[in-house]
Ligand binder design. Structure first.
Ligand code: TRP
Length: 334
């Protein structure tokens, strides 16, 4: 019997284990990212080498890595469908990163917006960490090792994927066809979540703690943050981001976590005040977090993380090793 062979396009993405994941990350990104796993052959790695770009405590890096993996698994990333691994477990990343960096030039690296942003915040030019400058060489290697077709990234990373394309094309023309030239996929933005204490700003890791809900924090603290979220003039629960940014933000959160359309929520809270509404939002958030945290705890206690990472590294290494040895031959190291 003829079997239908479906070749899926390959996708790769890295997640940098700096900072703690927030409710904003979940609603805006994690959720959507996981939805790719059925459609694509996915490689997902924890970009722990990239996390060293700026100073970070070893203990914090270790904890972040463990938390990130468990959150992704708890949210539904399926290691049977996705090759999930840690970047530093596959040494080919560092090795190809070295070669890609040596095939880049000062000009193109200096033009990277992220480099310009980060370095401009450091007043003493002499102490700008080299890592933020050469970062894209390693990122290019992450992608090119796997012949990825697509790279899902946030807008801020699109330029790095474009540079990756340039480096791949340059290498191919200098040494003959070696790398697949990948395309960035800038995720259709999930709903954007704003700070609870200043709903005109994004909810971010670096925002004030009052405005940000961390997925693994104490649910009672999270409840308090929701209850003291900044609301707007008036008393109607209506989605109106311009005039009611606070209430609209809470509606987005509740709507996503409870899979209920916003209009339905507006109807449900017609006539009730902000207080009752906030309490309902807090209940939904606390429910969601309680559930997630229980799963995370279970995952962390089960020893499954080590197993998943070990298998992931094995599969990734198999692909990466072949590509790197091809590169070593082409440049004359073999
Ligand atoms: N630079 C990405 C970020 O800061 C993380 C990353 C590293 C990445 N290597 C990658 C993303 C390769 C996609 C592909 O978010």
């Amino acid at each position: 019997m003829a079997e239908e062979i479906i070749t899926k396009k390959r996708m790769i993405s890295g997640i940098k284990p700096t900072g703690k994941l927030t409710l904003g990350n979940y609603i805006g990104a994690v959720n959507q990212f996981i939805s790719y796993q059925d459609e694509y052959e996915m490689y997902v790695f924890i970009a722990d080498l990239h996390a060293l770009t700026l100073p970070i405590e070893a203990k914090e890096l270790r904890q972040n890595t463990k938390d990130l993996i468990s959150i992704y698994l708890a949210c539904g990333l399926d290691p049977n469908k996705v090759v999930l691994f840690k970047q530093s477990d596959v040494h080919e990343h560092a090795e190809l990163g070295y070669i890609m960096t040596f095939n880049s030039n000062m000009g193109e690296l200096s033009r990277m917006t992220q480099y310009k942003d980060k370095s401009s915040k450091i007043s003493d030019r002499q102490s700008i960490p080299t890592g933020i400058f050469i970062y894209p060489g390693l990122m290019a290697a992450d992608i090119l090792l796997y012949d990825a077709d697509y790279v899902p990234v946030g807008v801020d990373q699109k330029q790095h994927v474009e540079l990756t394309r340039d480096l791949a094309i340059r290498f191919n023309s200098r040494y003959s066809e070696t790398f697949k030239v990948p395309e960035p996929v800038v995720a259709k933005r999930g709903s954007k979540v704003y700070s609870l204490s200043d709903p005109t700003k994004k909810m971010s890791k670096s925002e004030s703690d009052k405005g940000t809900i961390y997925l693994l924090e104490d649910v009672n603290i999270a409840r308090k943050k929701i209850m003291s979220a900044v609301t707007d003039l008036g008393h109607e629960v209506k989605f109106d981001p311009e005039n009611k940014p606070g209430i609209s933000n809470l509606l987005t959160i509740m709507s996503t976590l409870s899979s209920t359309p916003i209009e339905e929520l507006e109807k449900r809270f017609e006539g009730s005040g902000y207080g009752d509404f906030k309490k309902a939002v807090a209940d939904v958030v606390v429910d969601f977090m309680t559930n997630l945290q229980a799963k995370v705890k279970e995952i962390q206690a089960s020893g499954v993380i080590d197993k998943v990472l070990e298998e992931g590294a094995l599969k990734a290494s198999y692909v990466a090793r072949k590509k790197l040895s091809k590169v070593y031959r082409k440049v004359g190291l073999r």
